[in-house]
Write a protein that binds this ligand. Sequence first.
Ligand code: HEC
Ligand code: HEC
Length: 599
Amino acid sequence: MKNPFYVFLILLFSIFTVLQCNKPNQPIVDDLAEIKNTVYQNNEVFLAQIDELIDLVSKDSDTGVLQKKFDDLRKTYKKMEWAVEYFLPHSARFINGPALPEIEMSEHIEIEPEGLQVLEEIFYAEEPQDKAETIRLLKKLTNKGLTIKTNFQVITVTKDQAFDALRQQVFRISSLGIAGFDTPISGKFLEEIPVTLQSLESVLHQISTEKSKNASLKKIKTEIEASNKILSQNKDKNTFDYLDFISNHLNKLSALLLDFRKEENIPFVEVTTALSKNAASFYSKEAFDVNAFVPGKEYEISSEKIKLGKQLFNDKILSNNNTRSCASCHNAEKAFTDGLEKSLSLENAKLQRNTPSLNYSAFQHGQFWDMRKDDLEGQSSDVITNKEEMHGDLKTIILKINQNKNYQIAFAKIFKTDTIEEWQLQNLLASYIRSLATFNSDFDNYMRGNKNALTAQQKKGFNLFMGKAQCAICHFVPLFNGTVPPNYKKTEQEVLGVAENASNRKLDSDLGRGKFHETVAFLQNSFKTPTLRNISKTAPYMHNGGYKKLQEVMEFYNQGGGKGFGLKVENQTLSDAKLNLSQSEIDDIIEFLNALNDK
Ligand code: HEC
Ligand code: HEC
């Protein structure tokens, strides 16, 4: 590099490259100051509105006035939610997370709930609430607003991130927003969606370089207008046509966003996410990437692993005395359950819990009803060594497999090692289970455009599921489990007050997740929210198999869960308000659930 000519050449080349990047139609998009400023300005309004509310509360203003001001405050948050959720997820949890304590799992401590959903309970309560407490919570919200303020002064927002955040927001609306997840009491979500959509449009406009020519942006604008028109015509959550709105509008909007990305040539943000970057909607084929749930790169799924995993799953070699395979309890015909209330141990005694379906268990951060294992790899070692289930010892089983010529060859082909190791066996079983999510139910087909795939009754059932019955605030579409969209980084547990059986007279004594966190009152008797896909094949129901039919499960929910039946469940997270579903409405929901069976 001593030759000055080379140095000159390199310099020239660098200047050329910089100039290239600065071509008029491609501004440097490293930091989108205009967008940051929009968020900043919205946040200023947010802060001012909190101050105003504090003032009104201290002056004992009318409930009606307070509710109106509170609704306005929420709408202001909705304008910047896309950015706060994406860039400051921790703050977002405390601004608009569920009105439930946050648990610091490793420390076994509860953090007090705060934010808009807690305030909603206060402003929409039937009785007047403690003034000082309301003001204290509003002031905590001010602190969160101040965090947004500081952060949006210093962070860098790039175009690919901004686009990714906007896209996630559309998926947030299509799962949480449209289910009324964050306004469970006031039910005002249908009024909030237009505000959110409008803010998305204006940010897209800001990041679009060819505003006049960009065809997809125009289409997005038209689609948002159409959506908002529908939302202005019916704001009643009990009668709104969710199925139409999701399939004909929200899914179109997410698809248009992909077109926008192409036109604008926006690169993908480089992280493996559960929701694939190429998914036009939640219901696209291959919308979900199961590799986002594996413990590391070497655990990723492959067709060879699935094949060998399937063989092992069905092989009795995995139990100590060669009497039982995984399939003994997880029967493919019954969506990998066994039809028993509780399956039988090797000594023919009843096990503690009902056998769960394995079909979509890959999409959970927490295996077993009590989530005691983080992933499927951890799960299989638990089952094999469990003295009631397989009564195996992983070391002995690995020895047995190591002595089997066919297995030796098959393992070596995949893992390229001389001897078979425990993690490999676990990974193969897990890979097979990960392959069991086929997303080809009538419901999926309907969402993919086959308008004959659902019957009229199933359509009604879906609308009740989303609206009046509020099922989707826990069983999130489209996975219908408790893994929280749109980033799928967490799986929820809930306390329903499930009883010993459908007579609903005595609370089931199983502490669930609470067993591992004895000091956390909130987690006692809590269980993972399971998927409802294939549910009609997996009777009996609940962690204890205590409910024989879906009708019994529906009666339980209709009454307001355990508390609704008068059981003492202080930490119940399911609302104890009656759903007031008629028998024909219950039938509709059950019919809809049948449409979740994979073909
Ligand atoms: C004796 C019956 C039985 C056998 C055999 C059995 N399981 Fe299970 N399985 C269960 C029960 C019961 C549970 C729920 C236990 C709990 O939650 O505490 C369960 C839970 C699971 C889960 C967690 C699913 C979820 O959504 O939480 C997975 C995965 C699983 N089993 C896979 C396997 C594999 C792989 C094998 C073979 C190595 C196997 N099981 C063998 C009965 C069995
Ligand atoms: C507050 C959150 C929440 C709401 C709301 C909710 N569920 Fe659940 N659901 C759960 C949890 C958690 C479980 C597992 C509880 C257990 O086993 O103890 C569950 C279990 C079920 C089961 C049994 C699953 C199985 O594999 O055995 C069905 C069926 C079900 N829910 C349907 C519904 C329907 C229909 C609605 C609306 C009427 C609804 N859920 C509303 C959280 C919820």
